[in-house]
Design a protein around this ligand. Structure first.
Ligand SMILES: C[S@@+](CC[C@H](N)C(=O)[O-])C[C@H]1O[C@@H](n2cnc3c(N)ncnc32)[C@H](O)[C@@H]1O
Length: 285
């Protein structure tokens, strides 16, 4: 079907059958629940991608996604548009106060392998959470020279992970970073017309990003973590999936390590080997 002048496609509504094919695939493979009420949202999110591909029906798009080739490439593009990547620096800042005032001063250096305190930001989106953690830990390191740390950020979306690794953010995204930290950890663009900043190389060097699907049975991580942040990610999963992911993540935390969820998430009724020590902050005992 030819594209009209404003490049919008006159798409028919997605059939329930096509919606079910996509939504059950997304749910079964990535855990993201997609009740029928999300059909309009899914349609809107796929439209831009379909325009790029000059595909004019959802059926054709489904056939592409589920083709042998599509399973090797288009599926990753689809996940990029389907995932909700909203995040911010110092989002739910009480967690970073707790990290600074309670967790870091209480960590036993000898508990940490190679003396690196290891932190995992699971469902890291575009990296703001990981870099916020890095700023707080760098500040602590400045006063405690023996202390060192490394941070891993993981997500299912390749596109968002590329953004995270680039660490370039529009100025309006960094307004929640305290001024003293902005001065230390952000670089202004040389091109003054660009309202963008970049995280300084020293901080970027502390954070690595990798693709990891939390639905995997085995995360294949090499060493256990001192602290895992998994915030505002479980909310997209149903209870059963949440429980599976939570147990898998707890398994990767060292004894006495911490597990931090988003403020609207909880471990209620999960019978986990972990105790709450502050709102949505848990400790493996
Ligand atoms: C709303 S963001 C949360 C970002 C950050 N943790 C925060 O609290 O600001 C949720 C992230 O989880 C990721 N995600 C969703 N399902 C996932 C899965 N099965 N495995 C890994 N990441 C997933 C999404 O791609 C998205 O970037």
């Amino acid at each position: 079907m030819p594209l009209n002048k404003n490049r919008s496609l006159s798409l028919k509504e997605m059939t329930n059958s096509d919606f079910n094919r996509l939504s059950s695939y997304i749910y079964n493979n990535y855990g993201i629940k997609m009740p029928v009420g999300k059909k309009t949202m899914l349609q809107c999110r796929l439209q831009k991608r379909m325009r790029e591909l000059k595909i004019s029906s959802y059926k054709e798009y489904c056939d592409l996604v589920f083709s042998k080739q599509g399973q090797e490439d288009e599926i990753y593009q689809m996940i990029d548009v389907v995932s909700t990547n909203k995040t911010d620096f110092f989002r739910e800042h009480a967690h970073f106060d707790f990290l600074k005032n309670t967790i870091l001063p209480g960590l036993n250096k000898n508990d940490s392998s190679g003396n690196f305190v290891k932190v995992w930001s699971a469902g890291c989106a575009s990296g703001e959470e990981a870099y916020t953690i890095a700023m707080v830990m760098s500040e602590f390191k400045e006063k405690n020279p023996d202390f060192d740390f490394k941070i891993l950020g993981t997500d299912i979306s390749n596109k968002i992970l590329t953004e995270a690794a680039n660490a370039i953010y529009p100025l309006n995204k960094v307004s929640d970073i305290p001024l003293n930290l902005k001065k230390k950890y952000l670089l202004k663009s040389k091109d003054k017309t660009l309202a963008k900043v970049r995280i300084v190389p020293e901080l970027r060097a502390k954070v690595k990003f990798a693709r990891l699907n939390l639905m995997e049975d085995n995360y294949n991580v090499q060493e256990k973590y001192d602290i895992i942040f998994c915030r505002n990610t479980l909310i997209y999963f149903d209870k059963e999936t949440q429980k599976k992911v939570v147990f898998n993540l707890i398994n990767e935390i060292k004894n006495n390590g911490y597990f931090i969820l988003g403020h609207s998430e909880s471990l209620i009724n999960m019978d986990t080997p972990i105790k709450q020590v502050s709102p949505t902050v848990y400790r493996k005992v």
